[in-house]
Design a protein around this ligand. Structure first.
Ligand code: TRH
Length: 355
């Protein structure tokens, strides 16, 4: 089947990073994908080899020569109107999905799979990724968990010259600039640590900060998505951000800190708490509270604890969480199951209703 995926790069790299993974995974399962994107530059480092079955197309307002059986607009990005007109003229019309941002809040279960009738006569379906059985789930490529199991992280780091000394632990950092960074460096330096700083705002901020004794910093270049995953598998601790690296760190199941994308109206605080509630559900231990507090501190929502939770206990929380996630829905499988029965429906007659 042919899929058209639309992606607008709003800022940073998560919009394209997620859409690329989705496109590549659909193609791995034999689907043909056109990825329409308004700024594909980051693919040069994220996915320099491309993927068989995925065609990257520059976003255009021109009418398309053809429309696929399935159309995904990522994160409500509004496909061009000429494309939507072409969709409305196709019989049967394509199944059109708005694939939303990842969020752990309860509204996601209520909204997942709802139809939104459009003025064009088409129906747009809301499709939500998520962490629970009543959502679309998370992207998890076939073989991902097995690939991690046999992976020798130390050799991988060594081969790149990012070797932690025998007494050092390793921590990756991919983040936005933020006031809490200095406090995090102080907590990290309580034990000898090699900090592997990914490019971007946090790496730049780091340059100007005082490095406590016990902390060694290496600045990384942009890695391919595949290598970025391997970095997360290899480190003892991962600090990630946004949406896609956040998901990948959960699959890596090492102790992790999530820097949520900060929103001006502050709604990100509730989103962070909703995820922490799921992660720590049923865990009454002191470590669970420490993990919660650390996340709140990292996101500027609480004061800092004196020290980090012991890494083995922290890791056990994430291993248990990964197991729960792995028994839940996988995003591409959910998508395929969702669109199949909707494909042969006719458009509703064009009417005045908008949506
Ligand atoms: O870059 P992000 O902050 O992206 C997003 C966007 O800001 C988006 O608008 C916002 O809504 C969303 O966050 C919540 O973080 P994210 O989502 O982790 O995306 C980064 C991508 O870059 C991800 O696909 C991993 C990839 N990456 C690499 O491939 N190599 C690298 O070296 C690094 C550091 C990242």
């Amino acid at each position: 089947m042919r899929w058209d995926i639309f992606c607008r790069v709003i800022d940073n790299h998560g919009d394209l990073g997620f859409c690329w993974r989705l496109a590549a995974e659909l193609a791995t399962r034999g689907e043909q994908v056109r990825l329409w994107v308004d700024d594909a530059r980051a693919l040069a480092w994220m996915a320099p080899g491309g993927a068989a079955g995925v065609q990257v197309q520059a976003w255009t307002e021109a009418a398309p020569d053809a429309v696929g059986e399935f159309v995904i607009e990522a994160f409500g990005c509004d496909p061009p109107s000429a494309f939507v007109q072409a969709m409305a003229q196709q019989q049967p019309p394509p199944v059109w999905l708005n694939l939303e941002y990842l969020c752990a809040e309860a509204y996601v279960e209520r909204s997942h799979g709802l139809p939104s009738p459009q003025a064009s006569g088409l129906v747009k379906w809301f499709f939500y990724p998520g962490f629970t059985a009543r959502t679309g789930g998370l992207l998890r490529e076939g073989g991902l968990l097995q690939a991690m199991q046999g992976f020798d992280g130390r050799s991988w780091l060594e081969a790149r010259g990012w070797t932690p000394a025998a007494h050092e632990r390793s921590c990756s950092l991919f983040g936005y600039a933020q006031p809490a960074l200095q406090a995090w460096l102080a907590r990290l330096a309580q034990a000898p640590t090699l900090l592997l700083a990914a490019p971007g705002a946090a790496q730049q901020q780091l340059r100007a900060l005082e490095k406590p004794a016990g902390l060694r910093v290496i600045e990384l270049p942009w890695l391919t998505q595949t290598d970025f995953d391997r970095l997360l598998w290899s480190c003892d601790l991962n600090a990630v951000r946004g949406e896609d690296s956040f998901v990948r760190a959960q699959w890596a199941a090492k102790p992790m800190l999530w820097q949520i994308y900060p929103q001006r109206d502050g709604v990100h605080a509730a989103k962070l708490r909703a995820w922490l509630d799921l992660l720590l559900q049923g865990q009454q231990t002191a470590q669970a509270e420490e993990i919660r507090r650390l996340h709140l501190a990292w996101n500027g929502l609480a004061s800092w604890p004196q020290a980090l939770p012991p890494l083995p206990a922290w890791q056990a929380v994430h291993e248990a969480w990964r197991e729960r996630l792995a028994s839940g829905p996988e995003l591409v499988e959910s998508l395929l199951a969702f669109v199949a029965p909707r494909r042969l429906r006719k458009t509703r007659p064009a009417g005045p209703a908008g949506g």
